[in-house]
Ligand binder design. Sequence first.
Ligand SMILES: *[C@@H]1O[C@H](CO)[C@@H](O)[C@H](O)[C@H]1NC(C)=O
Ligand SMILES: *[C@@H]1O[C@H](CO)[C@@H](O)[C@H](O)[C@H]1NC(C)=O
Ligand SMILES: *[C@@H]1O[C@H](CO)[C@@H](O)[C@H](O)[C@H]1NC(C)=O
Ligand SMILES: *[C@@H]1O[C@H](CO)[C@@H](O)[C@H](O)[C@H]1NC(C)=O
Ligand SMILES: *[C@@H]1O[C@H](CO)[C@@H](O)[C@H](O)[C@H]1NC(C)=O
Ligand SMILES: *[C@@H]1O[C@H](CO)[C@@H](O)[C@H](O)[C@H]1NC(C)=O
Ligand SMILES: *[C@@H]1O[C@H](CO)[C@@H](O)[C@H](O)[C@H]1NC(C)=O
Ligand SMILES: *[C@@H]1O[C@H](CO)[C@@H](O)[C@H](O)[C@H]1NC(C)=O
Ligand SMILES: *[C@@H]1O[C@H](CO)[C@@H](O)[C@H](O)[C@H]1NC(C)=O
Ligand SMILES: *[C@@H]1O[C@H](CO)[C@@H](O)[C@H](O)[C@H]1NC(C)=O
Ligand SMILES: *[C@@H]1O[C@H](CO)[C@@H](O)[C@H](O)[C@H]1NC(C)=O
Ligand SMILES: *[C@@H]1O[C@H](CO)[C@@H](O)[C@H](O)[C@H]1NC(C)=O
Length: 431
Amino acid sequence: MGPRRSAASACGRLLLPLLLLGLSGFFQSYAVEVDIKDASNATCLYADWMMRFLIKYESDNGDYKTTTLNLSSSVTHNGSVCGNDTQAALVAVQFGEGHSWSINITKNNETYQGDFITLTYNTNDTAVFPDAKRKGPVTVLVRDPSRPIQLNTVFVCHNSFVIEAENTTQIFWNVTMQAFVQNGTVSKKESRCPADTPTSAPTVPPTIANVTTASTTTLSPAPTTGPKPVENPDTGNYSLKSGNKTCFLATVGLQLNVSQEKPLLININPKTTVADGACGNTTATLKLNDGNSTLIGFTFAVKNTSASAQKFYLREVNVTLLNRLNGSVISSADNSNLSKWDAFLGSSYMCQKEQTLQINENVQVHTFNLWIQPFLVESNKFATAEECIADSDLNFLIPIAVGVALGFLIILVFISYIIGRRKSRTGYQSV
Ligand SMILES: *[C@@H]1O[C@H](CO)[C@@H](O)[C@H](O)[C@H]1NC(C)=O
Ligand SMILES: *[C@@H]1O[C@H](CO)[C@@H](O)[C@H](O)[C@H]1NC(C)=O
Ligand SMILES: *[C@@H]1O[C@H](CO)[C@@H](O)[C@H](O)[C@H]1NC(C)=O
Ligand SMILES: *[C@@H]1O[C@H](CO)[C@@H](O)[C@H](O)[C@H]1NC(C)=O
Ligand SMILES: *[C@@H]1O[C@H](CO)[C@@H](O)[C@H](O)[C@H]1NC(C)=O
Ligand SMILES: *[C@@H]1O[C@H](CO)[C@@H](O)[C@H](O)[C@H]1NC(C)=O
Ligand SMILES: *[C@@H]1O[C@H](CO)[C@@H](O)[C@H](O)[C@H]1NC(C)=O
Ligand SMILES: *[C@@H]1O[C@H](CO)[C@@H](O)[C@H](O)[C@H]1NC(C)=O
Ligand SMILES: *[C@@H]1O[C@H](CO)[C@@H](O)[C@H](O)[C@H]1NC(C)=O
Ligand SMILES: *[C@@H]1O[C@H](CO)[C@@H](O)[C@H](O)[C@H]1NC(C)=O
Ligand SMILES: *[C@@H]1O[C@H](CO)[C@@H](O)[C@H](O)[C@H]1NC(C)=O
Ligand SMILES: *[C@@H]1O[C@H](CO)[C@@H](O)[C@H](O)[C@H]1NC(C)=O
């Protein structure tokens, strides 16, 4: 029996409280289980998962703060429905002081797929948003970036994965979910998420509206001879679109250096990394999500100069690392006071050599084969590049400059010697 005419006699079970150690001490993490039954009392939609949200909000004094919104112990799932060929399935949960989350799921004859994820958080909740400037509900809508799942297959993802949308980071882990369940039985066939497959099989990145991740060039890293700790990262090509026009281009290999108890080098895998962000006239942000619990954001700005030829520069970099097993924040670093990678507006910035960006005392970002243009991209191509000093032959020019200066000095000494001689000679003559 299919899930026809589902009166949705919803039946939610209680939650599994879990005490987890987070960065900022202990906090509770709850699993949500939603088991929706159809008119014949058979399961037609099943979901069991854990999630939390990192939310950036404006505080009373105008600063932006990031808070963590966790599920509370009491979660309801009013409004969840089975769906059918014409109506989307819906998993909707409500928790805490006026917060809610939902995903609607559509099917075709072979697959089912999330359509939109809706998060509503209420900044009236003073426990979570103690000093929010604006109080009331904020709704964030984001297209589900996941790939379609075969019908009669259950989606499973033990490792955490992340969806970013307008000032929020939504973190999910330990997910088991099947919509359009057949015959009332959750399938034994599993569809695993990329984060669960350690041998990183090249996955096609999900397409997010207005965002593309271009193909990747793999600059073959030097073969591992000797005890080289980590190879250089592969170079990825990322771009952002505004409408159907490319507005941001970046080619870069990225490596993170995170020192917790001991230094840890993490290479960003371009094959699983998805670009998101926003273009603007005076600021532009590129957000990279490696699908494996690492998020890096780069914000560029145009320099406030009165000069007619304006320059852009890298103003801010933030890095968020999550525990892959429980979605807790391992590290969250932000440096919004950078002044790097500057070039004239209308050109691009290039630095092939390794560059280091210091985000805070524990986190560094190393870049390789960098070529980036955050503004005024025309016809999907990089404009003329301004190269960094490390790349240019200036290094090699320095000894020459010193040599030339020395030469000048010698000539100067020689000239003054000649003049001196001539003066003394005329001196003799006048006597
Ligand atoms: C799908 O479900 C809706 C609401 O439950 C119902 O009105 C509609 O008739 C159903 N359509 C089909 C094709 O079963
Ligand atoms: C559905 O099944 C449960 C037990 O599995 C039972 O308690 C409940 O009364 C049933 N509901 C209907 C509408 O048959
Ligand atoms: C599924 O639908 C598509 C069109 O939407 C059609 O081309 C395809 O043949 C269908 N597949 C099956 C198995 O019915
Ligand atoms: C899913 O929900 C979003 C937001 O409410 C809505 O815009 C969209 O039309 C829905 N999709 C379907 C297939 O119902
Ligand atoms: C938020 O709280 C204020 C006062 O505390 C109240 O006036 C307002 O109606 C609340 N808004 C919502 C959406 O709960
Ligand atoms: C998101 O943050 C930006 C500032 O970074 C702010 O201008 C914007 O209003 C915020 N949006 C929401 C929905 O809170
Ligand atoms: C559901 O039951 C029908 C008839 O009993 C059977 O033909 C079909 O294969 C079953 N589907 C699944 C997924 O078990
Ligand atoms: C995910 O990250 C871990 C730790 O950095 C790494 O060992 C693993 O290979 C990564 N998986 C993929 C698919 O990139
Ligand atoms: C891009 O986003 C805008 C709104 O942000 C939307 O109107 C437009 O349809 C999107 N374009 C594509 C190709 O998705
Ligand atoms: C982009 O969109 C404009 C109108 O919105 C259209 O005229 C143009 O042909 C489109 N270009 C491409 C490459 O699709
Ligand atoms: C950005 O620049 C374009 C073209 O110069 C202009 O049409 C648009 O109004 C500008 N937008 C803002 C917000 O200044
Ligand atoms: C994931 O769920 C399983 C049971 O569904 C549970 O045993 C395990 O502890 C959970 N893992 C985490 C990190 O919550």
